[in-house]
Write a protein that binds this ligand. Structure first.
Ligand code: NFE
Ligand code: MG
Length: 464
């Protein structure tokens, strides 16, 4: 038996270590560890509730819009208001732009280089040195994919420009407010948005989706690798009206091979293997506690372990597309990549219809009053999966703020029952041909598109 540690594992957002025990060239146990403590839940305590959409967007430059959305929804639920239609639609359009930017970023700039022999194509830092393996695509196919890799950089820029038309700027849009959106709808903005969207959608349809298919044919084994826990969970996203229940991607769950609904009270977070004081063990985030404790005996991660009915669940594009019956081919490395690309196309297509629903000149925000005391919950989706913010207001200030992110679910450590997290489970059985270059582990981990900045939501210099 040997132990392989990939730390830090690169081409993810944030700082992740993966430790895998390998026997007979196959993984028999794995640990996923978030190696940094950030402190957003603590930083928010005592602040003005209206700060939440702005502070929480700083959790991550890749998925800020989702945090703006979850925080605004949490405040709306605490204040008892619903967003104005123009505001709801602009938020969806900005979030949709951010989903597409993130999915394109993930496939081309984070995952694809696990599959392409870039020798002679990307011959300088930061692309070299890199792990090249004999099964990688090369020649004309590799050149074509690297060409799309470069094009994808411009597409990401354009997706940010598109989001900024209504969002004001990217990353971190200042327009997120409870009751809707603080910007205005004009015919000129709609036109500009439509033109960028057409170009981006075309890239997704003509390059992104076919490129993922191409990898699907070139790496058949990966339709069977990285299966993981098999349970999928989605909170749903992109409200299509003010009801809060009618969404482009509906809420749902697939647990032990059975479809189910999602009851927010069933979500709890375990802390046994995380660097937090035991006081908050297995609590629903509405009463959750974030009290860092480092070092702590047995703990190995700064990520908590969220579970639904105490069971391990994977979240992300595959979970969303699965519970919506858009894609139910299987659960594996390639199914995650495929579902992500197809979801980008579905969202881009829907966005063009949303543009038609905007009403120039009509107010985009409902009036609200900040109550002295209230609780609220905002459950939505980030590109990487289900995202929830829980807020408790006392004396008109934030008393408690709890955030459970998608990578919190996917990269979670073992829970109080000893069950490994989704990535830890997905690594089991992964073959490792060369222990000094375990590219197979990267392929499995990258399929989840982990973001550690989000999941551990101030770095302490030199051990202090
Ligand atoms: Ni930093 Fe994020 C997304 C959120 S992942 S990227 O998507 O929330 O935990
Ligand atoms: Mg949290």
């Amino acid at each position: 038996m040997s132990t392989i540690t990939v730390g830090p594992l690169t081409r993810v957002e944030g700082h992740l270590d993966i430790e895998a025990e390998v026997t007979n060239r196959s993984v028999v146990a794995a640990k996923s560890s978030g190696t940094m403590f950030r402190g957003f839940e603590v930083i928010l305590q005592g602040r003005d509730p209206l700060d939440a959409p702005h502070y929480t967007q700083r959790i991550c430059g890749v998925c800020p819009i989702s945090h703006g959305m979850a925080a605004s929804m949490g405040l709306e639920s605490a204040f008892g208001v619903a967003p104005a239609d123009n505001g709801r639609i602009m938020r969806n359009l900005v979030l949709g732009s951010n989903f597409i930017a993130s999915h394109v970023l993930h496939f081309y700039h984070l995952a694809a280089l696990d599959y392409i022999d870039t020798t002679g194509l990307l011959n300088r830092a930061p692309w070299t040195p890199s792990w090249i393996s004999p099964d990688m695509v090369r020649g004309a196919t590799a050149s074509k994919l690297v060409g799309h890799y470069v094009e994808a950089l411009a597409i990401r820029r354009k997706a940010h420009q598109m989001a900024a038309i209504f969002g004001g700027k990217l990353p971190c849009s200042p327009a997120f407010v409870p009751g809707g959106f603080s910007s205005t709808v004009t015919a000129a903005k709609v036109k500009q948005f439509r033109s960028l969207l057409a170009e981006i959608r075309q890239f997704v349809a003509d390059k992104f989706v076919p490129d993922v298919k191409l990898l699907g044919s070139a790496f058949p084994d990966y339709w069977h690798l990285g299966k993981g826990c098999g349970n999928l969970l989605a909170y749903g996203v992109f409200d299509l009206d003010s009801s809060g229940t009618n969404k482009l991607l509906a809420r749902g769950r697939y647990t032990n091979k059975t479809s189910g609904t999602v009851a927010p009270g069933e979500i709890t977070e375990y802390l046994k293997y995380s660097y937090y004081a035991a006081a908050g063990e297995n609590r629903n985030p509405a009463s959750g506690v974030t009290q860092p404790q480092y070092a702590k005996s047995g703990a190995y991660s700064w990520i908590k372990a969220p579970r639904y009915t105490r069971e391990v669940h994977e979240v992300g594009p595959l979970a969303r597309m699965w519970v919506n019956r858009d894609y139910q081919h299987g659960i594996s490395v390639l199914d995650r990549l495929t579902a992500r690309a197809l979801e980008a196309l579905k969202i881009a297509t829907a966005m063009s219809g949303w543009l038609d629903q905007l009403r120039p000149g009509v107010r985009a925000q409902t009036a609200f009053k900040v109550p002295a005391a209230a609780t609220g919950r905002g459950m939505t989706e980030a590109p990487r999966g289900a995202l929830g913010h829980w807020i408790e207001i006392r004396s008109s200030r934030i008393y408690r703020y709890q955030i459970v992110t998608p990578t919190g679910w996917n990269a979670s450590p073992r829970d109080g029952l000893g069950q490994p997290g989704p990535i830890e489970q997905a690594l089991l059985g992964t073959p490792v041909a060369n222990e000094s270059r375990p590219i197979e582990l990267l392929r499995v981990v990258h399929s989840f598109d982990p973001c550690l900045a989000c999941s551990v939501h101030t770095v302490r210099p030199r051990g202090r």
